[in-house]
Design a protein around this ligand. Structure first.
Ligand code: URA
Ligand code: CA
Length: 434
């Protein structure tokens, strides 16, 4: 088989066979195909797309390029949840214990943040002494015992995807739906999920800026899941403004704790109940999404979800009393209010810009090796649709350096205030399944 012929075939709009896709991924991972040929193929895929069978083949080939996590020692249906990346997206910290509290096993591998979006592993490290490096054996034991464990992603998960992603990054081929869909799904499959719930974000702060693009990505991932024998449900959710109020690691842990106590922000709570319900249905613990939703509402109100979160913290070496006293979390030295300069309604909170402001405070990573400050970030006091008076606090900056004028300006510029009350935005646009 020759890479040249495969590039030509895709360039001319033909579908590649399973054998051809396996050849490309194996040979590229083994460094037998040079980057210039792989780049040409990626660009051909960018323009010509892929049919369902090709996307499923590509996903499986990348999943099989490294470790395949075996979760068969865990009883029950293992459902994974994945978000395509948002700002202030604290859902995993809530959904994981919420679902686990009903007895559904949650064996979660999460990543660290890069750029303006945060990562669950970083957030968890804000909890004093909590460890996210467990051996696979301990990980599985914890899930069997407490129904919940969360660890950092194996370094050897889908290495083909890692190499291809780096190449896409420098060849303007990141934004191709078949490539994004197979990239995400390959890692979910390699990490051992039986079924997958996806939260595809759309809006300013997301990869997919339009609802139609988000639906196309969701559809591609649902059909890949189906094609490789994993039930997959995707919800399309709004990321036109940050989720909840908090952006920043310790601040988001605090927000997750509030949510687990039933006192969280409305949008975060609603999204967690929606995602959690889909997980419960795929895990076959409820017959309908409505039944699952009721069940999870009870788990929040009864304190069971919070109890599961505390057990999880203790099991992973952390201090569970943070759940009763969130002041034990790392705290920034300065809290600086950003106040409105006019009366009106909040019409937009540019999620990406707020994420970047939090990054500038030190809450995120510019490069893979940056060290992050777990205590800093931004807490919003207003959301889209709220009325404000001149002088009202729009947001509070949590910083370890008092000179935050530039960041204050950035936040003010990106919280838009107009005379007219804006139309209400849906939080969930659609739920896609096969
Ligand atoms: N996230 C991924 O893991 N891969 C992509 O290609 C895009 C987002
Ligand atoms: Ca948040």
């Amino acid at each position: 088989m020759r890479m040249y012929d495969i590039i030509q075939k895709k360039r001319d709009g033909e579908a590649l066979s399973t054998k051809e896709i396996n050849f490309v991924i194996e040979a590229y991972t083994a460094e037998q195909i040079p980057d210039y040929q792989m780049s040409a193929l990626l660009m051909a895929i960018y323009f010509q797309g892929m049919i369902d069978q090709e996307q499923a083949d590509l996903t499986l080939a990348m999943a099989h390029s490294g470790d395949l996590i075996d979760l068969s020692a865990i009883e029950g249906i293992k459902v994974d949840k994945h978000s395509t990346g948002g700002v202030g997206d604290t859902t995993t910290l809530v959904v994981a214990p919420l679902v686990a509290s009903t007895g559904v096993p949650v064996a979660k591998m999460s990543g660290r943040g890069l750029g303006h979006t945060g990562g669950t592993i970083d957030k968890l490290e804000a909890i004093p002494n909590l460890k996210t490096e467990l051996t696979n054996e301990t990980f599985i034991d914890h899930v069997n015992e407490h129904k919940l464990a969360i660890i950092g992603q194996s370094q050897h998960l889908a290495p083909a995807d890692k190499r291809i992603y780096s190449l896409r990054d420098v060849t303007a081929t990141v934004n191709a739906i078949p490539l994004i869909a197979s990239s995400i799904m390959s890692k979910k499959i390699a990490s051992g999920a039986d079924a997958i719930v996806l939260d595809v974000k759309t809006g300013d702060g997301a990869f997919m800026k339009s609802v139609d693009d988000a639906k196309a990505l969701a559809k591609a991932m649902v059909s890949i899941g189906h094609g490789v024998g994993r039930k997959t449900t995707a919800i399309i959710s709004n990321m036109d403004q940050p989720l909840g109020f908090a952006i920043g690691n310790a601040l988001e842990v605090r927000e997750a704790i509030d949510t687990l106590k039933g006192k969280g922000p409305k949008d975060l709570t609603e999204l967690c109940l929606t995602l959690g319900s889909q997980v419960i249905v795929l895990a076959k613990r409820a017959k309908s999404v409505d039944e699952a939703y009721q069940m999870l509402t009870v788990q929040l109100e009864s304190g069971q979800a919070l109890k599961t979160f505390k057990q999880f913290i203790r099991a992973q070496g952390g201090d569970p009393t943070v759940a009763d006293d969130p002041d034990l979390l790392p705290k920034a030295d300065y809290q600086i209010d950003v106040t409105s300069q006019k009366d009106g309604y909040v019409t937009n909170i540019v999620a990406q810009a707020l994420g970047e402001a939090a990054l500038a405070l030190g809450a995120g990573r510019d490069t893979k090796d940056s060290v992050i400050d777990l205590s800093v970030g931004i807490v919003l006091h207003k959301k889209i649709g709220d009325s404000v008076k001149k002088g009202d606090v729009l947001a509070t900056i949590h910083a370890n350096d008092a000179s935050v004028e530039r960041i204050k300006k950035q936040i003010l510029t990106h919280i838009h205030i107009k005379k007219e009350k804006p139309a209400e935005l849906p939080l969930i646009y659609d739920v896609m399944t096969l």
